[in-house]
Design a protein around this ligand. Structure first.
Ligand code: IPD
Ligand code: CA
Ligand code: CA
Length: 300
């Protein structure tokens, strides 16, 4: 076999921005960490799965005795079960990794220094949970120097455990996950969600819904962003977009999509960031077409 002469094949590349370079360095560090410490990474993954399973079992057990339902906003609900699920997860994490930082939806962020941070949504899809609509999950991501390297999303109703390690693929109950191969928007099934607050972005989200509905086989609004992203990773949905998401809604799901071969970005195609609020995820093939639709309404 004749190998290409690398000295002749030097491609002209545009100069990198400092930010890009930093991102690549961070990726390199994380990839090396995973490669060089498979047992450490496996242990973190098992801990996340264990926490998600324990919380999921509690959520199913507790639903018939659902206590008081409180409002964080006009329709943004929180229950005692959200808090109990979070307490279970935090207990599992702290007993194993007492010096890791944790950002969790119901208790917020405790400032802990160090390289590691867990990002936790104790019930994603609380409104569904309250109404007995069986589409909710537990979402846990683990970050190393702000890069998500472990992702676990557990749907206790279907007993589906979605998990991913950076650079090692995505899995559903141990089986490899792949995004769909749907090549065009006209054959795609999409998912989305709507902001709780009914301001400008809510109206814009409604307009996007119409635009995508018109161009695809359909758009679902299932009410649990983390699980929507898992469904993109599993090829059940071809794409997903939503405004006003929080880090705990998307951190795990984003890694699952990319590890299943898909793409994540903001609405303009810039690299996806868990703190961005807006997220576009797809099988990759229809990504640009989705950006075009999103760009057709100005002012994201
Ligand atoms: C919500 C769900 C929903 C999305 C909302 C989220 P919660 O999370 O992910 O699909 O539309 O923006 O806040 O409140 O059920 O954890
Ligand atoms: Ca959520
Ligand atoms: Ca939640």
């Amino acid at each position: 076999m004749v190998l290409p002469d690398s000295s002749q094949a030097v491609e002209e590349r545009p100069a990198q921005s400092g930010e890009e370079l930093f991102q690549q360095l961070a990726e390199g560090v994380s990839q090396t960490l995973i490669r060089d410490n498979p047992s450490v990474m496996q242990e973190i993954l098992s801990t996340a799965q264990n926490a998600a399973r324990q919380a999921g079992a509690h959520i199913l057990r507790a639903r018939p005795e659902l206590g008081q339902i409180n409002y964080k906003g006009r329709v943004d609900l929180v229950t005692n079960v959200d808090r109990e699920s979070e307490a279970i997860i935090l207990e599992v994490i702290r007993s194993k990794y007492p010096d890791h930082a944790i950002l969790a939806e119901e208790s917020g962020s405790k400032p802990v220094s160090g390289d590691w941070r867990w990002v936790v949504d104790p019930i994603d899809g609380t409104t569904n949970f309250v109404h007995g609509y069986p589409f909710f999950c537990v979402s846990i991501a683990v970050q190393f120097r702000q890069q998500t390297i472990v992702a676990v999303v557990f749907d206790p109703v279907q007993d589906e455990m979605f998990s991913a390690l950076l650079g090692q693929g995505a899995y559903l109950n141990g089986k490899v996950l792949k995004v769909s191969t749907t090549p065009v928007l006209s054959k795609a099934l999409l998912a989305t969600g709507f902001p709780y607050e009914m301001g400008d972005r809510w109206h814009r989200a409604m307009d996007y819904f119409k635009l995508f509905y018109y161009r695809t086989r359909g758009v679902r609004r299932d009410g649990a962003a983390a699980l929507d992203l898992c469904y993109v990773a599993a090829g059940r949905f071809d794409g997903f977009w939503e405004y006003d998401l929080k880090a705990w809604d998307v951190a795990a799901g984003m890694l699952l999509v990319t590890e299943a071969g898909g793409k994540v970005s903001d609405f303009c195609g810039n690299p996806g960031d868990i703190d961005d609020g807006q997220l576009l995820a797809s099988n990759g093939f229809i990504h640009f077409s989705m950006i075009e639709v999103l760009a057709s309404l100005s002012g994201n």
